[in-house]
Design a protein around this ligand. Structure first.
Ligand SMILES: *[C@@H]1O[C@H](CO)[C@@H](O)[C@H](O)[C@H]1NC(C)=O
Ligand SMILES: *[C@@H]1O[C@H](CO)[C@@H](O)[C@H](O)[C@H]1NC(C)=O
Length: 309
């Protein structure tokens, strides 16, 4: 008798729960895109993609295999290195198969890159958004490389007007990708970003501004994290820790976050990625107390294709 009363109520609840479970899985095509960009990101570690000799060649992956890049018709349009401050390196490439213009920034490989990472005081970033403060090292490096990329981007967009713009990078490269995507969007371009284990780039207002951009039609944010990766949360946690908060300015993280829950070197399925909306959502990487550096080094595959800077 009681049960009969409950069943009509339970069924919709169960149905909704199952539906929510199904909705949580990301589409297969998005997982493939994440894997493709993890390869474009790792390829930024190869010097062969940085210089003028590489222009016109396909994106190079060193000795590693990069099946998704190899399967595509790719072409380096512009390579850059030693951009100061920050010693930034990377490349701009066209992917004719997927209709994309990709800007990829290299992660920390040199002493100058380490100094950039550790220049954690904040500077005024009102050039990007009102009330925004940015990590000084990342901001200075992003502004400098943005100047260098102005003409190549304009030319590439003129040549391939229908291609989408996408910025990518791992770690330091992810911080630069975030800031550079914001600058492209502010210039009127539509630009997606795909970052892997990217540290915070600024204060709460900046994170909220970036999060809001993804909800509008300025380009999507794909801030991808892996399990307990220390790097995306270290500034967030440090700036909220007793005593440390007195010396470290407030740092936040933008949404949405795509949190990989597979273990190190385990294959990632669509069910292994959780989407966390909003600024500073602690339901994913930010919420796990102790960080791991090993989790930082693996995103769908190796985060580096070439070992020498
Ligand atoms: C430029 O790239 C080529 C590979 O495409 C590499 O052999 C060469 O060492 C690079 N030159 C410099 C100056 O880095
Ligand atoms: C982001 O959007 C919310 C909701 O529209 C708004 O209240 C907030 O001021 C926006 N923040 C920034 C930094 O633009």
């Amino acid at each position: 008798m009681r049960l009969h009363l409950f069943v009509p109520f339970l069924l919709p609840v169960l149905g909704t729960a199952l539906l929510l479970q199904a909705l949580k899985e990301i589409p297969r095509a998005l997982l493939t895109k994440f894997t493709l960009f993890s390869q474009y990101s790792a390829a930024s570690t190869c010097r062969g993609n940085h210089n003028s000799t590489s222009v016109g060649s396909p994106v190079y992956c060193g000795v590693e295999s990069c099946p998704l890049i190899s399967a595509a018709d790719t072409e380096i349009l512009f390579g850059f290195s030693n951009i100061d401050p920050g010693d930034t390196a990377g490349y701009l490439a066209a992917d004719h198969t997927n209709g994309l213009l990709i800007i990829s920034f290299r992660h920390t490989m040199t002493m100058a890159n380490v100094i950039t990472d550790w220049t954690i005081s904040q500077v005024d970033a009102s050039a990007a958004c009102s009330g925004c403060l940015a990590h000084k090292g990342y901001w200075s490096a992003a502004v400098a490389v943005g100047q260098v990329l102005k003409r190549p981007i304009r030319h590439a967009k003129a040549r391939y007007p229908d291609y989408g713009l996408a910025v990518t990078g791992h770690s330091l490269g992810g911080a630069l990708a975030t800031l550079y995507a914001v600058s492209l969007r502010n210039e009127g371009y539509n630009a997606d970003f795909y970052t892997f284990g990217a540290p915070s780039i600024g204060n709460y207002v900046f994170a909220e501004f970036i999060t809001n951009m993804s909800d509008s039609d300025r380009g999507r944010n794909y801030r991808i994290t892996h399990l307990n990766d220390e790097v995306p949360k270290v500034l967030y946690r440090t700036s909220r820790a007793p005593a440390l908060n007195l010396v470290v300015a407030e740092y936040s993280q933008s949404g949405p976050e795509y949190w990989i829950t597979s273990a190190f070197e385990e294959p990632v399925t669509t069910a292994d990625i959780q989407v966390l909306e909003g600024v500073n959502n602690e339901g994913g990487n930010l919420g796990r107390e102790l960080g791991s550096l090993r989790d930082h080094l693996w995103y769908f595959g190796p985060t580096s294709f070439c070992l020498m800077p």
